[in-house]
Design a protein around this ligand. Structure first.
Ligand SMILES: Nc1nc2c(ncn2[C@@H]2O[C@H](COP(=O)(O)OP(=O)(O)O)[C@@H](O)[C@H]2O)c(=O)[nH]1
Ligand SMILES: [Mg+2]
Length: 326
C-alpha cells in the first residue's frame, strides 16, 4: 500500500479515502494494523496538520442525541464549519447495532457534502471500539473537519473513554418529570463541561428550565477543576427540534475552549490523552498476546500443572511471562 499517497488524499479531504482509512483502523487484521499505524503516523507528522475541535456527546437513549447532532451540525455548517460525527456505541458490542440503526438517522446532515457521519464499529470489546474510535477521530481531524463530534450512549465506561478522546464533553439530558435529579452518575457529572437539557419546548419547557436549574445547582457543588474558567461547567436548556439555544451552546463551547487554549489546558489535556492511549495500547497489546493460540495452550498446560500440584503458581506464572517475552 502507498501510505504517502493515501495520507495525501485524506489530507485533501477526500471522503472515500477517509472512509477506507477508518475501515482500516477498525480492522483487527495484523497487516491492516501495520498499514493503519503507518498511515496515522504519516498524517500526524505533517507540518500543516489541521486541528479540529473534538466534542464528546453523551446521553441515554431517547434524550435526543441524534436530533441534536443533526440540528447542531446543520448550524455549524451554516457557520462554514465542516462537521464529522462518529459513534462509540457500547450496545454494538453486544448486538452489532449502530447509531444509524435507530430511528433518527440524521437525514439532513448525512446529505450535506461538508458533513461526514460514521456509525460505530461492531466489536466484541468496548476497549477495542474505543481505541479505534480514537484513531477515527484523528483521521477526521487530519481530513480537515473543523468539529468532530463523538457520540456515545450513557452506559458504563463509554463516557470515560469518549472524554479521553475529546476536548469538550457535552452531557445531554431530558427534562425530569418530578423534582429528582435523573440519577446521573456523579462520575459523568464530573467529566461534563456543558450540560444541555434538551426538549425545552412546548409542554416540556418549564420542566426543562427546572431541571436545568437543578443541574446548575448540582454542578456548583462539584469540586472546582483547574481547566475551568469562572462559571464552568455550565447547564443550559436547548431544543433540538425547535433549534433554540444551539447558537448559545456553541458560543459557550468556544468561550470555554478559547480560555483553555489561552491558559495552556487544551494542549496539556491532549498530551495527557496521548499518554493515556499509549498506555491503553500497551496494556491491550499484552492482553492480546495472552489470547494467541500458543499462549492459550501454554496457559492451559501450566494451569493444569499448577492445579495438579506439580508446580507452584509462582513458578508457572514466571514461566508463562518468560514465554511471552520471547
Ligand atoms: N419535544 C422535543 N422532542 C425531541 C427533541 N429532540 C429530540 N426529541 C424527540 O425525542 C425522541 C428521541 O430522539 P433521538 O434524537 O432519536 O434520541 P437519541 O436516542 O438520544 O439519539 C424522538 O422522538 C425525537 O423527536 C426536542 O428538542 N424537543
Ligand atoms: Mg440516536
Amino acid at each position: 500500500m502507498d501510505i504517502a499517497a493515501f495520507a495525501e488524499k485524506i489530507a485533501q479531504g477526500d471522503r472515500r479515502s477517509l472512509s477506507r482509512a477508518i475501515t482500516l483502523v477498525e480492522s483487527g487484521r495484523a497487516d491492516h494494523r501495520t498499514d493503519a499505524v503507518a498511515l496515522l503516523e504519516a498524517l500526524t507528522q505533517r507540518p500543516d496538520r489541521p486541528e479540529a475541535l473534538r466534542v464528546g456527546l453523551s446521553g441515554t437513549p431517547g434524550v435526543g442525541k441524534s436530533t441534536f447532532i443533526e440540528s447542531f451540525g446543520m448550524m455549524l455548517l451554516d457557520k462554514g464549519l465542516r462537521v464529522a460525527v462518529l459513534a462509540v456505541d457500547p450496545s454494538s458490542v453486544r448486538s452489532g447495532g449502530s447509531i444509524l440503526g435507530d430511528k433518527t438517522r440524521m437525514d439532513r446532515l448525512s446529505r450535506e457534502p461538508m458533513a461526514y457521519i460514521r456509525p460505530s464499529p461492531s466489536q466484541t470489546q468496548l476497549g477495542g471500539v474505543a481505541r479505534r474510535s480514537r484513531d477515527a477521530v484523528a483521521l477526521c481531524e487530519a481530513a480537515g473537519f473543523d468539529v468532530v463530534i463523538v457520540e456515545t450512549v450513557g452506559v458504563g465506561q463509554s463516557e470515560t473513554m469518549v472524554a479521553e478522546m475529546t476536548d469538550l464533553f457535552l452531557l445531554l439530558l431530558a427534562p425530569a418529570g418530578g423534582d429528582e435529579l435523573q440519577g446521573v452518575k456523579r462520575g459523568i457529572m464530573e467529566i461534563a463541561d456543558l450540560i444541555l437539557v434538551n426538549k425545552a419546548d412546548g409542554e416540556l419547557k418549564s420542566a426543562a428550565t427546572r431541571t436545568c436549574a437543578d443541574y446548575a445547582g448540582a454542578l456548583r457543588l462539584l469540586r472546582k477543576r483547574v481547566q475551568d474558567p469562572e462559571g464552568f461547567p455550565k447547564a443550559m436548556t436547548v431544543s433540538a427540534v425547535e433549534e433554540t439555544g444551539l447558537g448559545t451552546a456553541w458560543d459557550e463551547m468556544t468561550t470555554l475552549i478559547d480560555w483553555r487554549r489561552e491558559a495552556g489546558h487544551f494542549a496539556a489535556r491532549r498530551a495527557e490523552q496521548a499518554r493515556y492511549w499509549f498506555r491503553e495500547d500497551v496494556r491491550n497489546g499484552l492482553l492480546a498476546q495472552l489470547d494467541g493460540e500458543a499462549a492459550r495452550a501454554q496457559m492451559k498446560t501450566l494451569g493444569a500443572a499448577v492445579a495438579g500440584g506439580e508446580m507452584t503458581a509462582t513458578l508457572a506464572a514466571e514461566e508463562m511471562l518468560a514465554a511471552l517475552r520471547k
